[in-house]
Design a binder for this molecule. Structure first.
Ligand code: PAF
Length: 286
């Protein structure tokens, strides 16, 4: 596995592959890799000849008081893990490569509407930071395919929308959430949980499963189900952020006319903010 830090070295490597007619996949990450990231790499490998993984802890997507400074930076271990999964290139740009002028005065990418609700409401500026850095990474690497996890479902839709709106010649793929044995979605932020919080954390996926069952049984008062979800999270020890039942394609609040739904949930356990989601199809006879 090759590791590069400069845009020039990145472009030279990708150019050589493209000259040889090879396709390229990009897996953007914040690092501190775990099995879910590695499964994104595995997926990418099935879709392209070459796999690039980027690690960049993007200051633009962390709000004031969030965990930018304490976000675990484990690049040596990350590189070791990536090498075990046949990554071709690890791209490790520093802040000066990504934001050569000061980040605050650089061009930003905004995906209005979709970015403003749910996680976007709780974390103002977060999706602008994500959209900006993902747009830059896609322009830098120019992959045929960009691979993202479905755990960050709202992020995935923001990225699909920006790629469509800006006519970027790249396919975006979403990969199923990878879970621990008890259903907890894998996340770097799970490392913030102490033992008690770790056992409480399963409450999030269980709550989503309960609500999905109710939807499948024909309950259509989605706003009431959302309130029930908040109560379940509180009982499990969470400080709930939001529980919403939405249309899967645009995250508008679901109504009885919709069939393809996604239930999104977020909540805090101590200093960890956990998110998860579940897709559910309703009202279509099997
Ligand atoms: O999901 C993440 O890890 C980040 O938001 C991403 C897509 C790498 C952008 O920094």
């Amino acid at each position: 596995m090759q590791t590069v830090e400069s845009l020039l070295d990145l472009r030279n490597a990708v150019h050589t592959w493209k000259q040889a007619g090879e396709s390229v996949a990009l897996v953007p990450t914040l690092g501190n890799l775990h099995e879910a990231h590695l499964q994104l790499v595995d997926f990418a490998r099935t879709r392209a000849d070459r796999v690039v993984v980027s690690i960049f802890v993007n200051p633009l997507q962390f709000g004031l008081g969030e965990d930018f400074n304490s976000y675990p930076r484990t690049e040596t271990e990350d590189a070791r893990l990536l090498a075990t999964r046949e990554t071709d290139l690890l791209y490790l740009p520093g802040v000066a490569v990504m934001y050569p002028r000061d980040a605050q005065s650089m061009t930003r990418v905004v995906v209005p509407g979709l970015s403003d609700r749910y996680c976007g409401e709780s974390r103002p500026g977060h999706f602008e930071g994500v959209a900006t850095v993902v747009c830059k990474l896609l322009n830098q690497v120019q992959p045929d395919i960009g691979v993202f996890g479905k755990k960050d479902y709202q992020q995935l839709l923001v990225i699909e929308r920006l790629v469509a709106d800006l006519d970027m010649p790249v396919k975006i793929a979403g990969v199923e959430t990878v879970r621990e044995h008890d259903g907890l979605a894998m996340s770097s932020r799970n490392r913030y949980l102490d033992d008690q919080q770790r056992s409480q954390a399963t409450g999030l996926s269980k709550m989503l499963g309960t609500l999905a069952q109710s939807c499948k049984k024909g309950h259509q008062d989605y706003r009431a189900l959302e309130s029930e979800g908040i109560k379940i999270l509180e009982q499990a020890g969470f400080r709930p952020d939001y529980v919403v039942i939405c249309r899967k394609n645009d995250l508008e609040p679901a109504t009885g006319n919709d069939h393809d739904l996604v239930i999104l949930g977020a909540g805090y356990l101590g200093k960890a903010r956990l998110i998860d989601n579940i897709s559910v199809t309703v009202g279509i006879p099997a």
